[in-house]
Structures are given as structure tokens and as C-alpha cells.
Ligand binder design. Structure first.
Ligand code: SAM
Length: 175
């Protein structure tokens, strides 16, 4: 009972503060994220605001020879991702790198691919960092949101069935 209470409080607390809250990409959307990224062996993929790690864990199973890095600033989703990573390690499944940090303060210069599911104002703010830091040719998949002043290479309309209200679109960008 106490554990449920603590878990609920931590979950509720993860919505406090500015910036994008912890909302999970529905599992149904993950194959489309995979397709949009077009990963190859040796790719280095960052999920900026990795939440419970679900996108990267899904991709790790599909692409064992790809390096995955999740950056998450909030303790509750970060701890879930660490726990899931531990369970995978015990079970002999591929693990990912998890960093508890603000992604604005992390060097992304070795990224070949990026995934994000963050609000448009955060996306617009990070564009300056991308322009300074990331390599030419980086592919990015954004769940639900797009940049205000950068045109996507492609938009995937997922025509969700109404069960989930979030993640109806993916936006693909090439830098
Ligand atoms: C909408 S959730 C997406 C979670 C996960 N990527 C997914 O798609 O299931 C956004 C996540 O980004 C995190 N986040 C927002 N701003 C951040 C920042 N500046 N640095 C690191 N994480 C951030 C939030 O805490 C939240 O867990």
C-alpha cells in the first residue's frame, strides 16, 4: 500500500515544473518510429527526454548493433528506465545507456539519429543547439510535434483509432 502511494506521488510529481511532462509514446507507434529513423549498424541514437525508455528498448531489440542513449531529467521516469534496463541485463537482453541530465546540457555531437517527443517551444529552443552541434545528415523523428520554423522532410499521419489521443503524427527531419 505504501509502495503504491509513493509510486503515485512520484508519478504525479513528474508533471510538476516547466517543460514537457512525462507522457509515453504508445507502443503501437514504435514500429513507425523505427521505420522513420532508417537505422544501420553503428548508428548512435539519442532519445531526448527518454521517459521510461520504451522507444529505445523497442529499437534495441530490433537493432542490437546500434548504440542507444536516453537522456531524461526527471527522476521518476528515469528510475523506471534504469529498472527496465537492469531487468533486461539480468535477462541477457541488450541494454542502453541512460543519463539523468537536461538534454540542453549534453553534447550531442556524435549522434547520427535523434528521437524526441517534446513540446514545440522546447523543440524551437533546441534548434540553435542542433545547428551548432550536430553533424550534417542526422535523421530526427519527432513524435507529435514539429518545429515552428523548420519544414519536415516528411510527415506521417498515423490516423490513430481514437483510443489514444496522443502521438497521431510523426515528423521526419534531416539536418
Ligand atoms: C512526452 S515525454 C516522452 C517520453 C519518451 N520519449 C516517450 O516517447 O515515451 C517527454 C519527456 O522528456 C523529458 N524532458 C523534458 N524536457 C527535458 C530536458 N530539457 N532534458 C531532459 N529531459 C527532458 C520529460 O521529463 C519527459 O519524460
Amino acid at each position: 500500500m505504501i509502495a503504491v502511494f509513493v509510486f503515485t506521488c512520484m508519478w504525479a510529481f513528474s508533471f510538476v515544473g516547466k517543460g514537457t511532462p512525462f507522457i509515453r509514446t504508445p507502443n503501437k507507434v514504435l514500429p513507425y518510429v523505427d521505420k522513420g529513423l532508417e537505422l544501420v549498424d553503428g548508428s548512435i541514437v539519442y532519445d531526448l527526454g527518454s521517459g521510461d525508455g520504451r522507444i529505445l528498448f523497442y529499437l534495441k531489440d530490433k537493432h542490437p548493433k546500434v548504440e542507444f542513449v536516453g537522456i531524461e531529467k526527471k527522476m521518476f521516469p528515469f528510475m523506471i528506465s534504469v529498472f527496465r534496463n537492469f531487468i533486461r541485463k539480468v535477462g541477457g537482453r541488450g541494454t542502453i545507456k541512460l543519463i539523468k541530465k537536461d538534454f540542453f546540457d549534453y553534447d550531442l555531437s556524435n549522434a547520427t539519429h535523434l528521437v524526441m517527443y517534446i513540446y514545440p517551444n522546447d523543440m524551437d529552443d533546441i534548434l540553435t543547439k542542433f545547428d551548432k552541434e550536430i553533424k550534417a545528415g542526422v535523421r530526427m523523428v519527432s513524435v507529435s510535434f514539429k518545429f515552428t520554423n523548420k519544414k519536415p522532410k516528411a510527415e506521417i499521419d498515423l490516423e490513430r483509432d481514437g483510443k489514444y489521443q496522443n502521438a497521431r503524427h510523426l515528423y521526419l527531419y534531416d539536418f
